[in-house]
Design a protein around this ligand. Sequence first.
Ligand SMILES: [Zn+2]
Length: 566
Amino acid sequence: MERTINTPALISNDRIVSAGSLWGFGSVEEALEAADGHIDKDKLFIPPHVSVPLHVEPPVDLPQIETDGPCGLVVHPFFLDEPYPADVYIMGAAGSLRNPRELLKAVLEVKEKTPPDSALYAPALATPANLALLVYLGVDLVDSTRVVVDGYLGRYHTHDGTWNIEDLRELPCRCQHCRALEEEGRPDQNPNPNLRMISDHNHLKLEEEIRLVREMIRRGCLREYVEKSVRVTPEETATLRLLDQEGRYLERRTPVFRKNVMYSNTAESLHRVEVARYARRVLDRYRAPECEVLLLLPCSARKPYTKSRSHRLFAGALGSWRKRIHEVILTSPLAVVPRELEEVYPAAHYDVPVTGRWDLEERDWLLRCLDAYLERSSYKKIVAHIDGELREAVEEHGIDAVYTGGGTNGEALSRLNAAVKEAAIDASVLDQKRLRVRAVTDYFFGSNSGDLLLAGEVRIKGREIQDGDKKTLATLTPNGTIALSIEGARRLEPMGAHIVEIAEFLPKGDVLSPGVIDADEDIRPGDDVIVRGEKAFGVGRARMSGWEMVRATRGVAVELRRVEEV
Ligand SMILES: [Zn+2]
């Protein structure tokens, strides 16, 4: 469009030109002819479409209509093959999506079958209470149809739910429309409320909500906001839970790190992609060091744990014995955090209400992860410096360990020191710096990539990894990721992971998605990637998932850091 619309957005009728439903024309030919005169580069053009209820298969297939300007295509979520290319896909009969399973299925169907760089428009569905959830599901455009119509039916919308105006003794909003309404008298005693004003209030609340949602997206905390917002109805909460159960849809779209703190305030937080991904990578990709003694520690409010008062006290108590043991932190919701991965998102970026209580779901998740972790490792002894319900959970589960009782006072720290000293008396010293680099590399690039990066003569200076000629191979970033140099990328290239194949050109600046020929399906936004083509070899950071780079026809795929001509 000539004027930009930043999504998610509330789209108004004056930005749309619709040729209308096929049923309004005498024949298909007549409808297609009518579509010809409707081209305006600043309006979304919707060609003639077949309007049918949600579960009715459209009886006619209309041919594709060529347009010069932005085009919106009406699609029927449950009868969708390969839709024609369009800028916006409009979900037919979206307004009748009420059931959580149906809503989820409809959105996922359309999103999976349409290009990632097109927008999804769900008409007549949004309310101030469900808007955040709709956007989180992947809806980019909404309108105020539903709330405006509801206003004329005496339905009063707020961010916290919907009421019949005659049930309200006072109005919770003080906008100009609500003030005017109250001037007519108490809403529950007014037989003829001004419905137009209710409608205007509803529209205003939806506008406010879309602004708030966009701000949450900018801050990277839409998920937290959705976890809170869905409490308005059991249906919305069910939709979020079903979405989390589905798993794959969100996983394919979730970046590997964010700058903001991840709040784990609700039961749903335990099922976030970030939590499941961290646990899975620790169990699948991470390899515990060959070490005799495992020390289990509790988490701390301050992150990374190393910087907290309690962990500094533990380190002090361990003294030089610390070099001979392996530390793992037990925490909710991440379960098992090896010390080497404590900076990796979200281990250094989460906050959880600390009460000392571990509910049954948290316990179950922790113990399942711990069992799986221990099964893959070869420790001979475990020292558990944990207390309270955490200790209770681990001990009752039958983990064979020396339980020191936990704590940070002098006596507690002496017990920690004594237990570790006794366990680690014959243990050999570990190369902690090297283990950290190996763990972080494996976490992002897959098992064994760390050994490949660290092969031969390698020096680790602070956060930098250098080869024998002092050339930088990679850098551990403060975000908890690892950034490869060209030399480092050459070492990892044979693994075949995180490779973006580009066409025959030497990119300058960023790699745009039309230049991408193929990309590793596992790449997620924020991942470090290796860019490879006939004329170029480089490294950069992914701005899209690998599958999106391949399917999208616009947008930045990779922010290049270094590139060389080949
Ligand atoms: Zn109001």
